[in-house]
Design a protein around this ligand. Structure first.
Ligand code: NAD
Ligand code: MG
Length: 387
């Protein structure tokens, strides 16, 4: 029997690649039973027809209404509540969460709460709710299999290691389009320049996060929660070619790396088929053609987002939630032409110093912290525009 799969955020960069992975798999391996998107209802219906899916959810009520009118072959669920119903009622065995931003937390919780295995692209779920999310997975026995390329690499590298033998995790970072530049040179960069990622083609928000290095900050927190590794034992190294996806250093002096050409279908396929491996149409690595792989230290002075992420991670409580919410608001404003590139870390830092970190009691307290941080960041951005 094929594994029954729900793909959330199926119209996005990861979602579309995941459907490509499914299309290339033998029918007896994977069957998509549910799809969701924010508002792109026409594309979502096209995907549903192609994959024979009978249940979809749209977060945007207008889009959901139009989809219901246009589609008689299945059920259209509406809004965030509809998305939770989709997860709990579609009888799937695995959820791929490829939603962008903290909107992914509720569906992550819904899937894990039902004991459904989670293929997780939505790193923001773990940044915002790491402790509660991993506790919930442990309580219900659901697996979290990372889709983020670095974490997929680490998951595979760590699989054969016994507890206590791993000294460090090394996350690689491409450095983004502005690698090697200093703050004064970044004062007037445009959205288009920030979106021109050198090695990966991804959705808009994560591409901007890669340019500020916030992406690596979020990934540091993601790694801590996924693998239970203390922050002092997780480092970041810049590796512009994005061939090494991450490394682990062991107590006997060995360092093991995971390599491959940058193509998200590899980690997506790994998660969807876990524990099996299947063919993915990517070229085998040609080391001679590559010639050289290079490495650099991170410039945390210029790319302050990585420093802010590490500080929030160490502060704990609601601080990473605040960091993430302020970042989402600031990146949205930058993409809308309402904030300068170097003001992204400035707004996040000010939000963090305005909103005190609190203990996390429940998922509700995270929702409140997220809302508070969004309001503060929005005001700070409006204040800058008026100044
Ligand atoms: P994207 O913007 O291309 O797609 C996002 C998807 O989520 C779309 O289907 C959209 O309709 C849906 N969505 C957006 N807001 C929503 C909301 N409020 N409620 C419900 N659905 C909503 O994003 P992406 O690049 O595919 O990234 C998705 C996630 O995967 C992010 O967390 C990102 O950090 C992570 N990730 C992406 C890549 C990549 O290569 N794109 C790599 C590693 C990790
Ligand atoms: Mg990544």
């Amino acid at each position: 029997m094929p594994r029954r799969l729900a793909i959330l955020g199926s119209t996005g960069s990861i979602g579309v690649q995941a459907l490509d992975v499914v299309s290339r798999s033998p029918w007896e391996d994977l069957k998509v039973v549910a799809l969701s998107a924010a508002s792109g209802w026409e594309q979502l219906l096209e995907q549903a027809r192609e994959h024979g899916v009978r249940s979809i959810a749209l977060s945007d009520p207008d889009a959901a209404a139009r989809a219901s009118e246009a589609w008689t072959d299945g059920e259209v669920l509406i809004g965030p509540e509809g998305l939770v119903r989709l997860i709990t009622e579609c009888e799937c065995e695995m959820v791929l969460n490829a939603i962008v931003g903290s909107a992914g937390l509720v569906p992550t919780v819904a899937a894990l709460g039902e004991g459904i295995d989670l293929a997780l692209a939505n790193k923001e779920s773990l940044v915002v709710g790491g402790e509660l999310v991993t506790q919930l997975a442990q309580a219900t026995g659901a697996a979290i299999i990372p889709v983020d390329s670095e974490h997929s690499a680490l998951y595979q590298l760590l699989a054969s290691e016994r507890a206590g033998t791993v000294d460090r995790l090394l996350l690689t970072a491409s450095g983004g389009p502005f690698r090697g530049r200093r703050a004064p040179e970044l004062a007037h960069v445009t959205v288009e320049q920030a979106l021109a990622h050198p090695t990966w083609a991804m959705g808009g928000k994560i591409t901007i996060d890669s340019a500020t290095l916030m992406n690596k900050g979020l990934e540091l927190i993601e790694a801590h929660h996924l693998f239970g590794t203390p922050y002092e034992q997780i480092d970041v190294v810049v590796h512009p070619q994005s061939i090494i996806h991450s490394l682990i250093q062991l107590c006997d002096g060995a360092t093991i790396a995971h390599l491959g050409y940058p193509d998200m279908r590899v980690p997506i396929s790994y998660a969807l088929h876990y524990p099996d491996r299947v063919d993915v149409p990517v070229s085998a690595l040609d080391l001679v053609e590559l010639g050289a792989l290079t490495f650099e230290a991170v410039d945390v002075e210029t790319f302050a987002c990585l420093r802010l992420a590490r500080e929030s991670a160490l502060a704990g409580g609601t601080a990473p939630c605040t960091l993430n919410a302020a970042n989402e608001v600031a990146v949205h404003a930058f993409m809308g032409g309402r904030l300068r590139f170097m003001d992204i870390p400035a707004v996040i830092e000010e939000t963090l110093s305005t909103v005190p970190a609190e203990r996390v009691h429940s998922f509700e307290s995270l929702g409140e912290a997220d809302g508070r941080a969004r309001r503060v960041a929005t005001e700070l951005i409006a204040g800058r525009a008026a100044a």
